[in-house]
Design a protein around this ligand. Structure first.
Ligand SMILES: [Cu+2]
Length: 460
């Protein structure tokens, strides 16, 4: 009797475990990388009931999400994993929501062969453009974060050629000068530090650890001795000293994932406007005199802000909504939504205050908004996935970076003529067998010419 009972128990356990294993389906592993291809594999075919496990084998922070809303992980630190069991058939557009433009993959659940073959995700290949025969004005030089190649590339504004390449590790994403033009600050988008470059010598001076997925950087126009950075893999922004020696203060935001922030100009209020990408969007208006924060709902995946020279109006890019929200800064109120197209990212207001050039990733265009009417007046083709926008100091040119192309587009304000200026490819591509991508840039005061290709210093 005893033996029989043991046998029955074992049988039920076997049935139970077998049934459990069957219900769970198979487990498929995907690794998350910092470089292309960002997911291995980046197309995965599974059965209904199967589980996918994403392992962060990179040295950065990532956050897994289905665009259709089936799941959203927490921010995964290096070594962490996330699992999801697919119970419904279909094709899932899966992204790292911290880096949603390029960290993409597809999961095919219970689909037929035709769907699997036809709908695979392929990472875009940059289009090669020749150097232009047009010249520019002396003065500003253009600093471009060639993010995928781990370089910052400096363009000579007269010849329209890259004249210097500076190595910056960790996917350099956003760049900003100090008020006197002595330093350039660069964020490392897949890492947690800001790199400081001597703008004249082009040498890397030091780096400062600020927090996971350091996104944008900018000094406070009302107090140029302090510099701020947004920490997208968190719910805070940081303030550090001009020399980037230490973090002075951390501001906890009402929402997560702060990204492309902007200050009201000097003497026009003391506010910083911080957009939130994940999951809800919106913009926080932070009064830096009182530390009071007001959240304004704008749209979904709010990624960047631009502010008029009088400090009164802000433009907020809602990447997933495909809209630009016009916000009354002093009254913390949304005035209007302008339809521009999916994947709208940076949109600074030009120095005259008359125009906003918005980089619209989904349509490949630089979209021009007239600030008097707050309407779109022009759409200019730029490249694959336009991303960053900056202006020359005299307001003559706007420069637009293209995330999946190797060129920046120079647009002449008013005539809207567009010229494509190539960045350098290999050997500056970070050893990934990939042509470089650009993310953002800013313009510094003139600097002496340095031999092309000289690599001065490395990121500490
Ligand atoms: Cu990521």
């Amino acid at each position: 009797m005893v033996h029989r009972r043991v046998l029955v128990t074992w049988l039920s356990l076997w049935v139970f475990l077998g049934g459990w294993a069957w219900a769970q389906g198979q487990v498929h592993k995907v690794s998350i990388n910092d470089k292309r291809p960002w997911f291995t594999p980046n197309n995965l075919r599974v059965n209904v009931g199967d589980t996918v496990e994403w392992s962060n084998v990179s040295a950065g922070w990532h956050r897994m999400a289905d665009v259709g809303g089936a799941f959203l992980s927490k921010t995964l630190a290096p070594g962490e994993t996330f699992r999801f069991t697919f119970t419904k058939p279909g094709v899932y557009d899966v992204r790292c929501l911290t880096h949603p433009v390029y960290m993409r993959m597809k999961v095919f659940v219970g689909v037929d062969d035709a769907t699997w073959q036809k709908e695979q995700y392929r990472i875009p290949t940059p289009t090669k453009v020749p150097p232009p025969n047009v010249k520019g004005d002396s003065g500003d030089e253009v600093w471009v974060c060639a993010q995928f190649s781990d370089t910052v590339q400096v363009i000579d504004p007269v010849s329209n050629r890259v004249r210097q390449v500076i190595r910056v590790e960790g996917d350099p994403h956003n760049i900003w000068p100090s008020e006197d033009g002595k330093y350039m600050y660069v964020t490392s988008w897949h890492k947690d530090f800001v790199t400081v470059i001597d703008a004249q010598s082009k040498r890397v001076l030091r780096s400062l650890k600020v927090g996971p997925n350091c996104a944008h950087v900018m000094y406070d126009p009302n107090d140029p001795n302090v510099v701020f950075a947004t920490i997208q893999g968190s719910d805070y922004i940081v303030k550090f000293d001009r020399e980037a020696g230490k973090v002075l203060k951390t501001y906890k935001m009402p929402r997560e994932a702060p990204h492309g922030f902007w200050f009201t100009p000097k003497g026009k209020g003391h506010y910083v406007l911080v957009p939130h990408t994940i999951p809800a969007g919106g913009v926080t208006i932070l009064n830096l005199d009182t530390d009071k924060m007001t959240l304004v709902e704008t749209g979904v995946l709010s990624v960047a802000v631009g502010i008029t020279p009088d400090g009164k109006k802000a433009y907020v890019a809602n990447a997933l909504s495909g809209t630009v929200s016009v916000v009354d800064v002093l009254n913390a109120k949304k005035i209007k939504d302008i339809q521009v197209g999916p994947g709208v990212i940076q949109l600074p207001v030009d120095p005259t205050g008359r125009y906003v050039v918005a980089a619209v990733g989904g349509t490949g265009e630089a979209v021009i908004i007239d600030t008097a009417k707050d309407e779109v007046i022009r759409r200019i083709p730029s490249g694959q996935s336009p991303h960053g926008v900056a202006y020359s100091h005299n307001g003559k040119y706007a420069w637009v970076t293209n995330e999946f192309d190797d060129h920046v587009t120079r647009i002449t304000m008013g005539t809207w003529e567009a010229v494509k200026i190539p960045l350098l490819r290999a050997p500056y591509t970070g050893g990934n067998g990939l042509t470089s991508l650009t993310a953002r840039f800013m313009i510094s005061p003139p600097a002496p010419k340095v031999a092309l290709g000289e690599r001065s210093g490395g990121t500490p």
